[in-house]
Design a protein around this ligand. Structure first.
Ligand code: NAI
Ligand code: MG
Length: 356
């Protein structure tokens, strides 16, 4: 019997609502699979916690999380706490401290009715974005000079270390090699004359170790166009932290929206717990109404199962998502249905039980 220890950080707004449904799915799996069990511990960190204590997480929060097998996070950020505080002091802190340098974001059309394109089929939109997740434009390096003066200057430095750039690019080549897929690097060497010229060089260098992998290299502006006009050309994409953040929201836009987009934050060496979360935020506009779509958070559970090497469950969850998407009656309003968050979760579990 394998037991996995999972730290829950539901966070703010709809984070709580969607994580509840994901936990229901995990508990259902535990019931159906005699060889698997999960233990949960929930941490109350987030913006409410910040307003009470002045901290987004406990001072020794990182130590508290260290021993877990995985972290399952909802969303952080809420009106009343500046977004750069909430995001940096919880989510980005965990990504950084646990060296979760790989962010895996599948862009897969699970149901043809969900794309804004009239003529796109499932096989036209099915790729994986591998986003650098530990440095780049989100490293927090910079300077704010002469604040409030007419000479005011701010610098936001993109940090691209040899180690950080090489390891994400190598990870992407490894995936492309293993899966027999093409690899596309997205950068911006024509305008960012240090960081992205370096990125392109490393992409070429590491590529020499993988002669079997067919590669493409696009500027991020052109890549944004292709995400919309010709997504079929992508199989595996590797890109920097900022570009990956933006591109994957475009990816969500062409595959059913934020209610369906998932992201795994991985430390491939398994020195630290990896973290699984829906891509969306806390959605204050719909929080507390029981209408948030829990399927992105449930897809995160599928990614967690893959990471635990319980791949059969990973696949079963994904299949059940494909099935539930065929039935508008049991979907939330962002996907054209009328169901509540918990109704989607309850129906989902009935589907899972059928696959058992
Ligand atoms: P958001 O992702 O929370 O919402 C954008 C839009 O998508 C809203 O109209 C929302 O109602 C809708 N939406 C998002 N998730 C949905 C779901 N599961 N079901 C149905 N509709 C959904 O992004 P926004 O509004 O820019 O940010 C709100 C807060 O969340 C901010 O404080 C921001 O910093 C934070 N945020 C946190 C993230 C994280 O924790 N990973 C990621 C993005 C934003
Ligand atoms: Mg984002």
């Amino acid at each position: 019997m394998k037991n996995y220890n999972i730290a829950l950080i539901p966070g703010d707004g709809i984070g709580n609502e969607v994580i509840n449904e994901g936990v229901k799915v995990l508990k259902a799996i535990e019931k159906m699979d005699d060889n698997l069990s999960f233990s949960f511990k929930s941490f109350p960190w987030g913006c409410e916690y910040y307003l009470e204590t002045g901290e987004m997480m406990d001072e020794d929060g990182i130590d508290k999380l260290k021993g877990f097998d995985a972290i399952y996070l909802g969303a952080v950020g809420y009106p009343g706490v500046p977004d750069h505080v909430s995001l940096r002091d919880l989510l980005i802190k965990i990504r950084r401290e646990f060296d979760l340098y790989v962010n895996l974001r599948p862009i897969t059309l699970l149901n043809e009715g969900l794309t804004p394109f009239k003529d796109k089929r499932k096989e036209d939109i099915d790729f994986l974005v591998i986003r650098e997740n530990s440095e780049g434009e989100y490293s927090g390096a910079g300077e704010w000079l002469y604040k409030g003066e007419p000479e005011e200057v701010v610098l936001q430095t993109g940090v691209f270390s040899r180690k950080g750039t090489e390891r994400i690019i190598r990870y992407a080549y490894e995936e492309a090699h293993k899966q027999g897929k093409t690899l596309t690097s997205v950068s911006k060497g024509n305008a960012l004359n240090y960081s992205m010229v370096f990125w392109d060089e490393v992409f070429e260098e590491v590529g020499k170790e993988y002669p079997d992998v067919k590669t493409y290299s696009y500027l991020v502006d052109a890549a944004s166009l292709y995400f919309v006009s010709d997504p079929g050309r992508f199989e595996i994409v590797v890109t920097s932290n900022l570009f990956g953040d933006i591109l994957t929201d475009i990816g969500a836009g062409i595959t059913g929206g934020l209610g369906l987009a998932t992201g795994a934050n991985i430390n491939p060496e398994k020195n630290y717990p990896s973290m699984f979360e829906p891509v969306h935020g806390s959605a204050p506009d719909i929080a507390g109404q029981d209408i948030a779509n829990p399927l992105a958070a449930i897809w995160s559970v599928s990614q967690m199962m893959d990471y635990f090497e319980e791949k059969e469950w990973g696949e079963i969850i994904l299949k059940a998502i494909v099935t539930i998407l065929n039935d508008k009656d049991v979907l939330t309003s962002d996907l054209g249905g009328k169901a509540s968050t918990s109704e989607v979760g309850d129906h989902f579990i009935k589907l899972l039980e059928k696959y058992e």
